[in-house]
Ligand binder design. Structure first.
Ligand SMILES: Nc1ncnc2c1ncn2[C@@H]1O[C@H](COP(=O)(O)OP(=O)(O)OP(=O)(O)O)[C@@H](O)[C@H]1O
Length: 341
């Protein structure tokens, strides 16, 4: 649905020009929730602003449903922009207008007659869960409610794609969850393609189907969210995955394990799907003359299913331990012997 080829944005400057987006190539399918993650300065904001031509590219092309939006005239661009909704970290609402009038604003600009506008605004208010707050002003709303207004406004003209620029970065964790859930609901209900940029891996984990990792204006790694979490290749990706996987209790537990067990007998199992490990552990215990103790584990949910890591300790005659390990390796579970903290 969206095909980006060799997209480049150079900001000229007196001293040295800066390449914020550097020959970026990406394809995004219809109905996907696609996340782009990167640290500050990676070029994410520039990239997303190129997608709706808030920035003009230096070179390259962006096709949305076979229309190259990099070669549109100003007039064509005005109508095409209605097909691309956008929400922002700081909401960008009109402070002197009520909820209803903020949501109706893009419809006014598009010349929608007032009766039809009213109907559409009512629908959108219900969709984003703002019933009862229609006549409030932005200053009277919580952060989550403001973002709901932002989402309703972005959806007003039935866009083909919704761009989210760090849409939950200004919100507390609970409100973040409710806004992310709203985005998932909208994606499922309307089949809307969503592209979001973020520096927070838990946002990617919770709602994205696929993810691209951006560094120095380029995409250095991309794939299904579950694959990226299980097999991150690049250093930057590994750091992002650790944001979600590691927590204090985990590193404390691993330190404790290191002090109390022979490290060569600690096995890390990586598995996909919650049930796999339960069946596996009991099978190993039944088939082989080994004692298997579960030491520590964590299961993480993504939009594409669960994955987890389990630390176990195997005790028994060497031969049996080796056979048990071979058996585990023959399943889809990955085995790493001798963890290092
Ligand atoms: N209008 C501009 N003029 C000159 N340089 C710019 C402009 N906008 C962005 N840049 C530069 O381009 C690079 C990428 O910035 P960008 O804001 O796209 O990154 P980002 O990944 O979104 O980071 P952040 O989350 O901090 O905004 C940075 O070095 C930034 O200073």
């Amino acid at each position: 649905m969206i095909s980006i080829k060799d997209l480049t944005k150079v900001f000229p400057s007196n001293k040295e020009s800066l390449t914020a987006v550097d020959h970026l190539n990406l394809d995004i399918a219809k109905g996907e929730i696609f996340g782009v993650i990167g640290y500050s300065g990676a070029g994410k904001s520039t990239f997303i602003r190129l997608l709706n031509r808030l920035e003009n590219p230096t070179s390259g092309s962006i096709e949305i449903e076979d229309k190259d939006i990099t070669s549109l005239s100003k007039k064509e661009l005005r109508t095409t922009r209605q097909e691309i909704g956008m929400i922002f970290q700081h909401f960008n609402l009109l402070w002197s207008r009520t909820v209803r009038d903020n949501i109706g604003f893009p419809l006014e600009i598009a010349g929608v007659p007032s009766q039809e506008r009213k109907q559409r605004v009512d629908e959108l208010i219900r969709l984003v869960g703002l019933t009862g707050r229609e006549n409030a002003y932005p200053s009277q709303l919580s952060g989550g409610q403001k973002q709901r207004v932002g989402i309703a406004r972005a959806l007003a003209n039935n866009p083909k794609v919704l761009l989210c620029d760090e849409a939950t970065s200004a919100l507390d964790p609970e409100t973040t969850d409710s806004i992310l859930q709203l985005l998932v609901d909208i994606n499922e209900k309307l089949g809307l393609t969503i592209i979001l940029i973020t520096h927070e891996m838990h946002v990617i984990r919770k709602i994205c189907h696929r993810v691209a990792v951006m560094e120095k204006g380029q995409i250095v790694e991309q794939g299904d969210v579950l694959d990226i979490f299980l097999h991150p290749q690049q250093t930057v990706t590994k750091r992002f995955v650790e944001q979600v996987m590691s927590d204090n209790s985990q590193s404390e537990s691993l330190n404790w394990l290191h002090e109390h067990y022979d490290v060569n007998k600690i096995i890390r199992l990586k598995f996909v799907g919650e049930t796999a490990n339960h069946a596996l552990i009991s099978q190993v215990a039944k088939r082989f003359d080994v004692e298997i103790n579960i030491l520590h584990g964590k299961v993480t949910q993504t939009q594409k299913g669960a994955y987890g890591t389990l630390y176990v300790h195997l005790e028994g005659p060497d031969h049996d331990v080796q056979q048990a390990l071979e058996f585990i390796r023959s399943t889809s579970v990955e085995v790493e012997v001798g963890i290092h903290v």
